[in-house]
Structure formats: C-alpha cells, structure tokens
Design a protein. Structure first.
Length: 152
C-alpha cells in the first residue's frame, strides 16, 4: 500500500478493473470505503474515524455469562488445556464455529439441550452441508467437555 511501503492496520487495498487504487477499512465483517489518495488528509481522517469506531465497539462491556449456559461453558472451554493445546489454526476454526453457535444459543442452558434442538440447529445449514458437519463436530466438542467437567 502506498508508494512508501507504509502499512496501516485493517486497510485492504486493490486496483480495480479501471486501474484505480481502492482502499477499504475491513474489520469484524465491516467494510468501510476510505476516500482520497493513500496518505491524504481525507484518507487519514476517514481511517482514524473507522479505527475509533472499532475501538469504541470493543469497549462495550460484555454481559457476564450465567452459570450453566453455553456461553459460560464455552468460556471455560476456551481456557482449558484441551483447547489451548490445539494449533492456532484449529483454535481459530473451533472458535469461529462455537462463537457462531453462541451468537444465537449462548444464553440457553446446557442441561436442557436435546437431540431435537441439535437437529434444528444443524438443519439451518441445509444449503451448506459442510458447515453443518463442522457445527455438529463443535457442538460435540463442547458437550463432551461439559460431561468431563461436570462428572469430574
């Protein structure tokens, strides 16, 4: 990026089909177009604003997970040796699938999980069977961990 080899965090640059350089701020699924030439006042102002918005989003406190919920179980699993001994790539993949599940179901109690509930959750991935299989594997991982910690 830029002629000086300067790299800015979260900035994605490419040349479009017309030969114009395009710059975007990309972070946590959000994409914000950065106007002007790389390094210009307009560009840097937009970059600073996008970065400040991201920092502000990160400062919002998370609600503590209630004991017995999937969110509490996942937090404990993320701190466990079973999770921490995985390779960084595996940890990223596991966390992505588990967090996706937690987004909708994290508030639910683990002991209330039934096979019918799993079928509904996996059924949402009917158009993407590979994603459904991965979700099923991560749910198994979480539930097996729950059995280990609660029976120990």
């Amino acid at each position: 990026m830029g002629g000086l080899g300067i790299r800015l965090k979260f900035v994605h640059a490419f040349v479009d089909r017309h030969g114009h350089a395009r710059f975007y701020f990309r972070r946590k699924g959000r994409r914000i177009k950065l106007p002007g030439a790389f390094g210009s006042r307009e560009f840097l102002d937009a970059y600073a604003e996008a970065l400040a918005d991201q920092l502000e989003d990160n400062r919002q406190p998370r609600k503590a997970a209630s004991h017995g919920t999937f969110s509490a179980l996942a937090a404990r699993y993320y701190a466990s040796p079973q999770f921490l001994t995985l390779s960084s790539t595996s940890r990223t993949g596991y966390r992505r699938a588990i967090d996706r599940f937690l987004h909708e179901q994290g508030h639910r109690r683990v002991e209330q999980m039934r096979r019918e509930h799993v079928d509904v959750i996996i059924g949402k991935f009917a158009a993407k069977p590979g994603a459904g299989i991965i979700m099923l594997k991560r749910l198994r991982t979480l539930l097996r961990y729950a059995v280990v910690i609660w029976l120990a």
